[in-house]
Design a protein around this ligand. Structure first.
Ligand code: ADE
Length: 218
């Protein structure tokens, strides 16, 4: 099992989806933020409003569903999504023709402030946010590492107060500790929409993912 993939599963006892978010590997796709800054979870006591930031993926290198892909698949198998709902979601994704990555821009603001003889500028990055049932989804844009233009990045933010175990809050994280979070259906739908408006290639991947699920269990 690739340790960089967040484990997603079905909780038989409580009849719900669960994600196991690692709290102590800040170099991975999950980290904990306070006031938008990553914190050292093993060193300081965690607070209820600290946010677990998860750069969620949807498939692995072989094209197999992971993370969001698995949440959709498991959710469909367990009837959290009806067939008609997934079909309508796919239809709305297919109709998306304007992409944030292509219209977003990063701006520079000049100021008259200085530091040690240097002029201060502010660089502003746009962030799209949508909250759903105790968590939120953000779409950020970054300059492409290679080439020109921007790249849309999708993140989930989950407050620790909505995670288990309850005693996570008020103490530092233990070695390799994970926060257990149960993603609501509305948030999963918001994530699909976020990828679909982020870029054309993510949109096409969402159509492929939803079609794969609908075809496999028709
Ligand atoms: N590709 C796979 N997952 C991604 C994410 N969360 N943001 C941007 N690109 C991705």
């Amino acid at each position: 099992m690739n340790r960089r993939i967040v484990e997603v599963g079905w909780d038989e006892e409580q009849n719900r989806l669960i994600c196991k978010l690692p709290l102590t590997t800040p170099t991975g796709k999950v980290r904990v933020k306070r006031n938008d800054q990553p914190i050292a979870t093993r060193q300081i006591a965690l607070e209820p409003n600290d946010l677990v930031e998860w750069q969620i993926a949807y498939r692995d290198h072989y094209g197999n569903p992971i993370e969001l892909g698995l949440l959709l698949l498991l959710g469909y198998q367990q009837s959290l999504f009806l067939r008609d709902e997934l079909t309508l979601l796919r239809q709305s994704v297919e109709r998306q023709e304007v992409f944030w990555e292509e219209v977003a821009s990063v701006t520079i603001e000049t100021t008259s402030n200085e530091f040690a003889g240097f002029r201060l500028l502010w660089r502003k990055h746009p962030v799209l946010v949508q909250s759903a049932d105790g968590a939120s989804v953000r779409i950020e844009v970054r300059h492409r590492q290679r080439g020109v233009g921007f790249q849309a990045m999708v993140y989930v933010f989950v407050p620790l107060r909505n995670c288990l175990p309850r005693d996570l809050v008020g103490r530092p994280a233990r070695p390799r500790e994970q926060a257990i979070w149960s993603p609501p259906v509305s948030l999963i739908v918001t994530l699909v929409r976020a990828f679909a408006i982020g870029s054309r290639s993510h949109k096409n991947d969402m159509v492929t993912l939803l079609t794969g699920i609908l075809d496999e269990f028709s």
